[in-house]
Design a protein around this ligand. Sequence first.
Ligand SMILES: Cc1cc2nc3c(=O)[nH]c(=O)nc-3n(C[C@H](O)[C@H](O)[C@H](O)COP(=O)(O)O)c2cc1C
Length: 194
Amino acid sequence: MEKIKVETPFRPVFPSPAGLIVSADEKGKPNIMTAGEIFNIGLRNPCIIGIALRKATYSHSLISRTGEFTANLPPRSLLEKVDGIGMVSGRDGRDKFAEFGLHPLPSLSVKPPVVEECPVNLECRVLSVTVVGDHDLFLGEVLCMRVDADKLGENQRMLIDRMESLLYAEWEYYGIGEKLGNFGFSKGRDLRLR
Ligand SMILES: Cc1cc2nc3c(=O)[nH]c(=O)nc-3n(C[C@H](O)[C@H](O)[C@H](O)COP(=O)(O)O)c2cc1C
């Protein structure tokens, strides 16, 4: 197959979740924004995620000031709300929770609430903020993770096939596809050094 050089790479790694980030002001008023740039950084002990935010967002200024946020992974049934929340800013005082019919649920470890309608909720404390090109990278330690009971299996493993996760790539939304296999199912498992 012929390879074509892409002149200006844009969001070249895909897909990523279309997530909902919640922050809160000093009085505790929550603000919610949509974010496609959510990454696993440190996997366990400590579990650390990254989110990349433009300076212009209200969420950027709230999280910079308070050092806390929650990351929430929505199901596909919330698609229209997720898209809408990413179109408008809370900077002018609008209450996006009320406007888009979502419910803030108190967090256990941080001030910003989680989104009740999202099956996965991560409560994070900011470890660092790094200027990276057109976005700033916030690393957040996951102090508390909660998952809807019907989406958690044995040994607290997430039941991904029940999540109906929402993915984002190239200005388009996708659902999660079929399961193709388990980690280490291939011949490579026997080949690896022990
Ligand atoms: C699908 C989608 C993904 C987005 N991803 C990001 C992102 O990762 N980082 C970012 O800064 N803005 C992202 N945005 C834009 C923000 O959600 C948007 O600027 C929002 O109005 C910010 O709200 P706030 O000013 O209340 O914080 C995304 C928007 C959509 C619709």
